[in-house]
Design a protein around this ligand. Structure first.
Ligand code: 9YT
Length: 128
């Protein structure tokens, strides 16, 4: 059994940050769950280009407001209670509105190891 708090994870190497977001990886590959689980904050008034070519991801918005624009496709509003599922490795722009940072619970399959960083195309490599 594993029990962790967000606070404990935030005060460890599980917290990573960029210019537009920070993320606390509460479950990683080495926990052997078959998925990773992240609490990600998208900073207010920012846009992030993301393309998880090697991972499937579900994202549930706990707090905040913004939208997700699928490259070459639709734009969907996001608010507290919205789930979006990147079931086709959809390339997207994730935007948090002014004054409305978004707090998201994210699940990845396969799990993130913790060593990935977004490359210049917003892609995470697959690490074995
Ligand atoms: C919102 C979103 O895609 N979160 C993904 C996880 C985050 N980028 C991380 O932990 O690296």
């Amino acid at each position: 059994m594993i029990v962790r708090t967000l606070e404990q994870c935030r005060d460890s190497e599980r917290r990573v940050a960029s210019d537009t977001w920070e993320s606390v990886r509460m479950i990683l590959k080495d926990d052997n769950m078959g998925f990773s689980f992240h609490i990600t904050t998208i900073y207010a008034d920012t846009t992030t280009h993301i393309h998880y070519k090697n991972h499937l991801e579900s994202v549930y918005c706990i707090q905040g407001e913004g939208d997700i624009e699928i490259v070459g496709g639709e734009t969907y509003p996001i608010k507290s209670g919205t789930l979006y599922v990147l079931d086709k490795h959809d390339e997207h722009f994730l935007k948090a509105n002014k004054g409305k940072e978004m707090i998201m619970a994210c699940v990845f399959n396969p799990p993130i190891t913790g060593k990935e960083t977004h490359d210049e195309n917003g892609v995470y490599p697959l690490i074995d």
